[in-house]
Design a binder for this molecule. Sequence first.
Ligand code: SF4
Ligand code: SF4
Length: 368
Amino acid sequence: MDLKELKQEIKKIALDSGAKLVGIGSRERLSTGPPSANMDYCLEGAQSCIIWAYPNEYETLVNYFSKKERMSFKKHQFFAYSTGWKTAQKIADFIEENSKFKAHPVIPNGKYRRVGSFSNLFMGSQTYPDFSLRYGAVAAGLGHLGWSGNLVTKEYGGSLYLAGALTTAPFEPDPMAGENNCNKCKICVRACTTGLFSLDESQEPVIIGGSEEIIAKKNNFIRCAIGCAGWTGLSEDESWSTWTPGHITLRKIPEETISDADYIKKFMAKLFTSKETPKLIKKFNRKILNSFAKVGVKENVGLRPLEDTNPRCGFCNAICIAEPKKRAELYKLLIKSGKLFLDEDGKEYIKKIDDSGKEIIYYPSTDL
Ligand code: SF4
Ligand code: SF4
């Protein structure tokens, strides 16, 4: 099979899996990127990356941000990671079976560089994936990096999951995306209860394919490790939470404090063992920890079963839909969505103030 035909066939495999966008990037474009843009770490001599995306449905996001229910978001996350991984393997096999080139399926999440990898999430201030799918996606022409550092596409914004494969096949890369569709609304920053992103300060630009990508300076990554896991997530004004009964506002904890190893040790003890934390919350936290530990062992979120897929935040990424007006509406839903609590049987319920100013309590649907 010649390179042109091979390129068409692998794109078809990605789209047939349910992906809505697919593109191909080159080694040359990635050569100016950060270390995790270096494909050699996964596949020596790789020349091209094939990257595709599974966007979230708008209705799913309305339910997730308003706290109506989180099961449809959970199901899509499971679909995107598991299908992304299976498709990556299929594409890598297809390349090797139909050409002389080598290929490597990229693990979509849960695999990090450095010894001990996953456990370093709680030790180092930064962790790096084997290969950054978002850098690959910029090189493949899918979009540009938004203020959050996530990929932002013209068609679906940043509310999507990426998957990819690398190959030594020197494909003709697809054109780079045109303008950057991040409008710097900073809703991603405001939707994060942990204070991971700076509102105004940017970090060193990321250069890919000659494009200078300006992204927010990030604080200690442990903020997201704790918040995205769902161990705690409360807004600064304490009026809304993420999908967690853990109501500590990480945003209020100064960077110097949260970067102190002793402080974090005590903080973790508070989440899992301390007598001052209610038993039901500790049980909730341990359940999440067990699910993460399983991913840690396999180092591949693409192998995680539905029951261990437990989205509680991911707000910075999920809220970034393409249309700015609708994005702002999702944010409005979020800040009016109230807080999650556990009842005495450990069942999750929501307490919020409705439009007439009355406090309401309800149990979100848990139907799968
Ligand atoms: S939410 Fe707004 S500022 Fe953040 S990445 Fe998306 S478009 Fe950019
Ligand atoms: S996933 Fe949640 S905690 Fe992590 S950076 Fe995004 S909004 Fe913040």
